[in-house]
Design a binder for this molecule. Structure first.
Ligand SMILES: [Zn+2]
Length: 75
């Protein structure tokens, strides 16, 4: 998988960038919420993972991308 060079990884996890596995943006290790209108959510059903996981550390979410050491660039 090709990654954007702007993605920042820390400790084998995405720190800033887009997680392609669970389809969320990550800023400083935390999942950004979505901007979908409330009308996209029905009772108890989130519109997307960004809404579901908003504000949580990406490292705590099962299924988020992980990166082997050889993929991690030295700063
Ligand atoms: Zn959403």
């Amino acid at each position: 998988m090709t990654r954007l060079s702007s993605d920042e990884l820390r400790l084998g996890r995405l720190f800033n960038g887009f997680d392609y596995q669970i389809q969320v943006w990550v800023v400083d290790g935390l999942i950004r919420g979505c901007a979908h209108p409330a009308t996209m959510r029905s009772a108890g059903v989130p519109c997307c993972n960004a809404y579901l996981y908003a504000g949580q550390p990406i490292a705590s979410v099962a299924g988020a991308e992980t990166f082997p050491p050889e993929m991690i660039r030295r700063a």
